[in-house]
Write a protein that binds this ligand. Sequence first.
Ligand SMILES: Cc1ncc(COP(=O)(O)O)c(C=O)c1O
Length: 375
Amino acid sequence: MHPEFALSSEILYLNHAAVAPWPRRTVDAVSRFAQENGTRGAAGYPDWMKTETRLRDRLAELINAKSPADIALAKNTSEALSIIAYGLDWEPGDNIVGIAQEFPSNRIVWESLSAQGVEYRQLDLYQSAVPEDDLIGLCDERTRLIAVSSVQYARGLRLDLERLGSFCRERGILFCVDAIQSLGVVPFDLTRSQADFVVADGHKWMLGPEGVALLYVNPLVRPSLRLYQYGWRMVEHCGDYDRTDWEPAAAATRFECGSPNMLGIHALEASLSLLLETGMDTVHAAVAERADRLIALIDQRDFELLSPREPERRAGIVTFRVPGADPQALYRALMGLGVICAQRGGGVRFSPHFYTPESVLESAVDIAASAARRL
Ligand SMILES: Cc1ncc(COP(=O)(O)O)c(C=O)c1O
């Protein structure tokens, strides 16, 4: 096992696409933070703010944003998407293009805009050979936004963000990417994807806790996004409490109304330090190798692969079905046997990270085969 991970030998952890285990350094950062809170309260707050600054720096590096001032910290992906959806100025008849099989948070928020006369057009991914072509085909002169996940949560399809991003740029359409299933696995480059919005909570591939999310907003779009949460922290002169006049901060902190999740910030900062020290190219290559290996094992057993086969079409998610076995029953059996996974997209979803030993992949597939036989 990688020295940074201390997972119990009683489980095989293949669930990074749901909630990841923490690296040791994150466990230590949280323990230190708890200890400090218990013994010194917030006496060290200036140092906590330095950790927050480092987190913004690391998130900017992770997506290749020009400045950490472009990074806001939200509560979670859903809140970040809501800040975008309810910040944009819609007109009746506008439309949004997305995917029918998206994770609920990246569907519901767009559907909710029907109350403002906004149409949400959804591509059925399972009927589409080249989803980028078909998403583009759904757009017309009233399309204001394309909203997709970089990697689909259920079966792990990875989209060509560059293609969608350059189409959006040419046509003056805004581009919103829920990157929670790719940040921390696949290198992300804003200059290539040309996304106007990037959102992702830290608890999956970024190896952090739940409850601290990245919200990137293109600085050219930022001033036009209507604000609907207000408080001491989102103002330009944050900390000058005696001041009675105020204006929203020019930086992305304008989307952060009140006290930050300092505990989560300490944890995520530590987790990202591991990924960035390792290097995202190295992490990606290691995850891709593990996904390839899983697919080879699945093929050997004659299971049915539901994830894409082409390496450029996937990230860390491998979803499969065992012919004749009910996926829900198989999932329950696997969990009962210590294989931590998920039931998604009509099959069982395995999601290893860069540190997952090959033996874990082999054992998990062996256990799936014998569990399926007993069902
Ligand atoms: C694509 C996608 N978006 C968002 C989320 C989670 O949203 P939140 O951070 O609001 O809990 C998930 C979790 O499974 C997801 O797969």
